[in-house]
Design a protein around this ligand. Structure first.
Ligand code: S3P
Length: 436
């Protein structure tokens, strides 16, 4: 796929539903008693794979003709043994959260995924769920997929300090702890996205979240709750809105409105950073639903300047660094993004791949330890072919770069965009972008 510069972007856009919330709505719907209705579910491949896994574990998962999804849950601890391996495709979130949910049930289940997911670390989940009583009875080298888990017969409530700021680790422990008697506690030194906590409460669990140190949280869940089916309205995904947002900032004369974007403060690091860089991003309307807040944003093309992005902000914008690096390339001056070690274990090694994407298009960039440093010149030559390494966010970031660059930018494979943002190219074209 190729993106070329083609005048300003204008119009209104609602990006698809939030990926994190969509996975969680399917999993908690499957663990609740009764019928949960989910509207605005992200129908991307990652989330659809989680839905298929929930059906294989015994929940009834149906899509109504009006696009609402209905989940008939089995109750906490009620998963049945799946007949075949659960295939999570490209999705670390789906795989790791379901590993946690299975860990608390007395069943054996196998987990697999595509070549990208097979490279990603699963030991970070296997370690805490072993303390709860689940065992990996088979796995590939280094604790990777494909692997087979034997869930705990008598799950043990634990206190667990996460070794890295990761909502996936935290969520896996909490989901396993649902089946344990007594309180399961997760302590994180840097707060990560809290959608699991908010949605557990929404489904009726008792959960307390308190500050821990300057940036952390301590979350305590009372085990064996009776989760009751609940409606979920999924807001638009801020990690998807990031792409048209940066595109509008860098394409001269653009004026775009993004509607219904989730504004959970643990997800808005990119907006804060872009505003520090001089971006015109106006909040038009705010509201909330099921514990999550959302807003409409008006984004206008802006002259950006380089900034320093502190490591402490990384958890709130962990998926947004590739597209922030694109914004930084169009800014005047140097942008330093600190503390990006977790980017090395995403859908690709995103630290190396983001630097390569910029270099291929004539941007000066360095990796220093775990920091990414982009020397912005206010304009990007473009003209490069970007290797996307089975990574949806790299593909979209490169195409956004092409919208503002002097020469077209090509990506080797746009297929993975459908994992998180189905319809990306059509929606961008509707704003006036030239992507083909
Ligand atoms: C996610 C958590 C993040 C993020 C991923 C979605 C989630 O991963 O990168 O896209 O929904 O919990 P980590 O928790 O591993 O940082």
């Amino acid at each position: 796929m190729t993106a070329r510069s083609a005048g300003p972007l204008t119009g209104r856009l609602r990006v698809p539903g939030d990926k994190s919330i969509s996975h969680r709505a399917l999993i908690l719907g499957a663990l609740a008693v009764g019928k949960s209705r989910i509207s605005g579910l992200l129908e991307g491949e990652d989330v659809l794979n989680t839905g298929t896994a929930m059906a294989a574990l015994g929940a009834r998962v149906e899509r109504r003709r009006d696009g609402v999804w209905e989940i008939f849950g089995v109750g906490v601890g009620g998963f049945r043994e799946p007949a075949a391996a659960l295939d999570f495709g490209n999705s670390g979130t789906g795989c790791r959260l379901v590993m946690g949910a299975v860990a608390g049930c007395p069943i054996v289940a196998s987990f697999d995924g595509d070549a990208s997911l097979r490279k990603r670390p699963m030991k970070r989940i296997l370690d805490p769920i072993a303390l709860i009583g689940a065992r990996a009875v088979a796995m590939a080298e280094g604790g990777r997929l494909p692997l087979t888990l034997a869930g705990a017969r008598d799950p043990i409530p634990i206190v667990y300090r996460t070794p890295v700021a990761s909502a996936q680790i935290k969520s896996a422990v909490l989901l396993a702890g649902l089946a344990a008697p007594g309180a399961t506690t997760v302590i994180e030194s840097e707060a990560s996205r809290d959608h699991t906590e908010l949605m557990l409460r929404h489904f009726g669990a008792q959960l307390v979240s308190a500050a821990e140190g300057p940036h952390g949280r301590k979350i305590t869940l009372q085990g064996q709750p009776e989760l009751a089916a609940a409606p979920v309205v999924v807001p638009a995904d801020p990690s998807s809105a990031a792409f048209p947002m940066v595109a509008a900032l860098i394409a001269a004369g653009s004026d775009v409105i993004l509607t219904g974007v989730m504004t959970n403060p643990l997800r808005t690091g990119l907006i804060a950073t872009l505003r520090e860089m001089g971006a015109s991003i106006e909040t038009l309307d705010t509201r909330s639903d099921a514990g999550e807040s959302m807003a409409d944003f008006r984004v206008r093309a802006s002259a950006l300047h380089g900034v320093e992005v502190p490591a402490a902000r990384a958890p709130s914008m962990i998926d947004e660094y590739p597209v922030l690096a694109v914004a930084a390339a169009f800014a005047e001056g140097t942008t330093v993004m600190r503390g990006l070690q977790e980017l090395r274990v995403k859908e690709s090694d995103r630290l190396a791949a983001t630097a390569d994407m910029l270099r291929q298009n004539g941007v000066e960039v360095e990796i220093a330890g775990d920091d990414l440093i982009v020397h912005g010149k206010g304009r990007v030559p473009g003209g490069g072919l970007v290797a996307t390494h089975m990574d949806h966010r790299l593909a979209m970031s490169a195409l956004v770069m092409g919208i503002g660059a002097a020469a077209p930018v090509r990506v080797d494979d746009a297929g993975f965009i459908a994992t998180s943002f189905p319809g990306f190219a059509d929606l961008m074209r509707a704003l006036g972008a030239d992507i083909s």
